[in-house]
Design a protein around this ligand. Structure first.
Ligand code: NDP
Length: 251
């Protein structure tokens, strides 16, 4: 083994989780910290929630860094990530998790809402990963990229054309990047949750939603985080370009 490889493999492993302040992203931060990673937590506006997420990472004995930026803003995202990589080195892994929805029947969707959903959910794939990929490759220690898509991206859903389009687009992007990065030992996979108990689905008729699910209950953020944890593990080193559903049996 070359001296360089020794140094690289011994370096502390840092991961970035976008939208890590609440919901699924927060559970992912906590889980990856428990797995031994230092975590950079991106959030948009809720700093108090981000601080709580950071405290959970630190309680697991790992370092947390807070990064406030809007993943839909290419310039702001690029600048924040370039500064972080310059200061702390390349990430070992990235979880592209931040996402929004703006549901409406197709004939009533406002153009601004369509654009906001596509920019936040789909354009963020480019905005976040494009500046991070070359540093990951140059670090020569492999890596993990996990993209949070959705059952809606696989099956479609009434009232969710913009959301489903963004999530289906992510699957295509991830499959393509997986093929580009495979020889660098960097895997790229998607996780597709069904209905998970977070603020994103607040206001929805939870009981009637649960009736639609074969397991008769909503999922928990920790159940999604467990799959991300597996995809980050050494045992998942040969899985890439895959989409794993976490949805209680919905088709
Ligand atoms: P929440 O609404 O609970 O949390 C969203 C997170 O994303 C927050 O941390 C929020 O930050 C952050 N965020 C939102 N917009 C931006 C932005 N423009 N830039 C940076 N960060 C942003 O969502 P969930 O945890 O439920 O969802 C997480 C992911 O899982 C999303 O991609 C969602 O589409 C997907 N998903 C969720 C399902 C569910 O049932 N909950 C089902 C299928 C997929 P802040 O705190 O600052 O607002």
């Amino acid at each position: 083994m070359s001296p360089r490889a020794t140094i690289d493999s011994d370096a502390p492993k840092r991961v970035l989780v976008t939208g890590g302040s609440r919901g699924i992203g927060r559970a992912v931060c906590k889980q990856l910290a428990a797995d031994g990673y230092d975590v950079a937590i991106n959030y948009h506006s809720n700093e108090a929630a981000a601080r709580e997420a950071a405290a959970e990472v630190e309680a697991a004995g790992r370092t947390a860094t807070l990064l406030a930026f809007d993943v839909a803003d290419r310039a702001a995202t690029g600048a924040a990530l370039a500064a972080d990589v310059e200061a702390n080195g390349a990430y070992f892994g990235v979880v592209c998790n931040a996402g929004i929805r703006a549901d409406a029947a197709f004939p009533t969707i406002k153009g601004d809402d369509w654009d906001r959903v596509l920019r936040t959910n789909l354009d963020a794939f480019y905005n976040v990963l494009q500046p991070l990929t070359m540093p990951m490759i140059r670090a020569r220690r492999g890596g993990r990229i996990v993209v949070m898509t959705s059952l809606a991206g696989l099956a479609g859903n009434r009232g969710q054309t913009s959301y489903a389009a963004s999530k289906a687009g992510l699957i295509g992007a991830a499959k393509s990047l997986a093929q580009e990065l495979a020889k660098r030992k960097i895997t790229v996979n998607c996780v597709a949750p069904g209905l998970i108990e977070t603020e994103m689905i607040e206001g929805a008729m939870v009981e009637s939603l649960a009736n639609m699910i074969p397991m008769q209950r909503l999922g928990k953020p920790e159940e999604v985080a467990a799959v991300v944890s597996f995809l980050f593990s050494e045992g998942a080193a040969y899985i890439t370009g895959e989409t794993i559903s976490v949805n209680g049996g919905m088709m």
